[in-house]
Every structure is written in C-alpha cells, then in structure tokens.
Write a protein that binds this ligand. Sequence first.
Ligand SMILES: [Zn+2]
Length: 178
Amino acid sequence: MNIAKNRVVSIDYTLKDDKGQLLDTTSGSEPLEYLHGYENIIPGLERALEGKSQGDKLSVKVPAADAYGLRDDKLVTTVPLDRFDGADAVEEGMQFEAQTPDGYRVVTVTKVDGKQVTIDSNHALAGLDLNFDVTVAAVREANAEELAHGHVHSHGHHHGHDGHEHEDCDGCGGCGSN
Ligand SMILES: [Zn+2]
C-alpha cells in the first residue's frame, strides 16, 4: 500500500542538523504514526513520503522553511521580571511552557537585564535545515473517526507534529485522556 492522503503511516526516523548532531530519533521507541495529508508532520517530510510504501528507506533534507519555519524576530519579546513567579530564579537559558494563540509553546529566556527579561518563543528547531533518515514501517487505511479528527488514534493516545498531545480532542473515545 502506498502512502497517500487518508492513510496512517508509521515511520522510524533519525533527525540530524547540518552539523550531523542528533536532534531526535525513534530508535529504541515506537515508530512515529501519523495521518498522511493533514499536516500532522512537517510539510517537507510529508511531501517526500508521498507514494512510498512499507520498507522504503529515504534520506530527506528539509530546508527550514519547509520544516519548523524560519526564525521570527517578532517572537523575541521583552517582559518585566516581576511578571515571573520566582523572579529571583529567572536566568538565561531557562525554558518554560507558555500559552500562546497557537497553543502551548516552549519559551526560552535569552537575556536577563536588570528588571527586563528577553524571551524567545521560536520553535527550538526554527531556522534549522533538517536531515531525516526515514524507514517506512507500515501503511494502513485510517478509520472513520481518525479521518473526522484529522489525526491518528492508537495506543490510547496520539501525538501532534511536535510530539505533544493534542488539546483539541475532548470527548474523543479513541484518544484516551487528554
Ligand atoms: Zn481524536
């Protein structure tokens, strides 16, 4: 069965940056399972997988613009130190989750200057070209509920493109507890 829209795809992959540094891998864990054609994974990788089938191996270089996007300077902002709980402990390099219009994002403290804190909410992989080595582990038809939700239901939970649980799936019997 070929990879096409409305099919559920399982892939094993290793992800490295341009310097060869390992960023992510499914090695030692379950393959990543996703519903093809719904932008559940980065666009450049989804396009490269189109038409492949079980057992196929591919190496894909995905430019930043087709991965997690270019870095956006507007996502770097300054907030007063007293907005933070435990302000004494705020230091450069700290990361925390913040709610944004796009859902929860990991935000990094890049500078603490007196009473001002500079935070960066770009995705950690924004601006990076990504190099994937992928093996297609399985391809199957999606069920009706998966198609209605636009994502996979498996193992009692499911993952978004960034590996975080979806938040938009309340009352979904196939999704387990969200
Ligand atoms: Zn669901």
